[in-house]
Write a protein of this length. Structure first.
Length: 181
């Protein structure tokens, strides 16, 4: 695939905690995803890794594990989302049944700035804590010297990449500002 032009894969890691992956029936373990990622790095295939916070079984410790896992995997870029219990989904039904979400509360999944909100609260982890952990995740992943150097190095490769990364940086800081609002 690399020889035929593959340059980037979007990989749904979801969590760095194997129990959470079992809870959501992901069908993948962290060790297999780690080996896959290492193979992609070796072949020069970039990865945009996606993660979800607030899935069933999430704890402050599992969030920390997922952040560290993402840093170890070191995909080129990441997206961190919050578990979204849309009405009619298995997650919605489970969240209502378990008391993690009041029925019809799922309508408030984004704020007025378009930023995704955490809708699920667990007895041991509030939706506010889950929401705040998304910002922490992004900062701890991107504000590392090696990752900053990687971004700067790609910016220096071409004027087009410079413009693209600067635009992405502006969008990222707007997201952080809106997220804090």
């Amino acid at each position: 695939m690399k020889d035929n032009g593959l340059r980037l894969l979007l990989v749904g890691y979801e969590s760095g905690d194997d129990q959470i992956l079992l809870n959501i029936k992901k069908g993948l373990r962290t060790d297999i995803a780690r080996r896959f990622t290492q193979d992609c790095h070796r072949l020069g295939i970039l990865i945009h890794g996606t993660f979800i916070l607030g899935l069933p079984g999430e704890t402050a410790a599992s969030i920390e594990t997922t952040i560290e896992y993402a840093k170890q995997l070191n995909p080129h870029t990441i997206q961190v989302s919050l578990a979204a219990p849309y009405p009619g989904t298995t997650l919605y039904k489970q969240a209502v049944r378990e008391g993690w979400l009041q029925e019809n509360d799922a309508v408030n999944l984004v704020n007025e700035h378009g930023v995704q909100l955490a809708a699920i609260s667990y007895p041991h982890l509030s939706k506010e804590e889950i929401f705040h952990s998304m910002e922490v995740f992004y900062k701890r992943f991107y504000f590392r010297p090696g990752k900053i150097w990687e971004i700067v190095r790609t910016m220096l490769s071409s004027t087009e990449m410079m413009r693209r990364r600067l635009r992405e940086g502006v969008e990222f800081f707007r997201f952080l500002r809106a997220h804090q609002a």
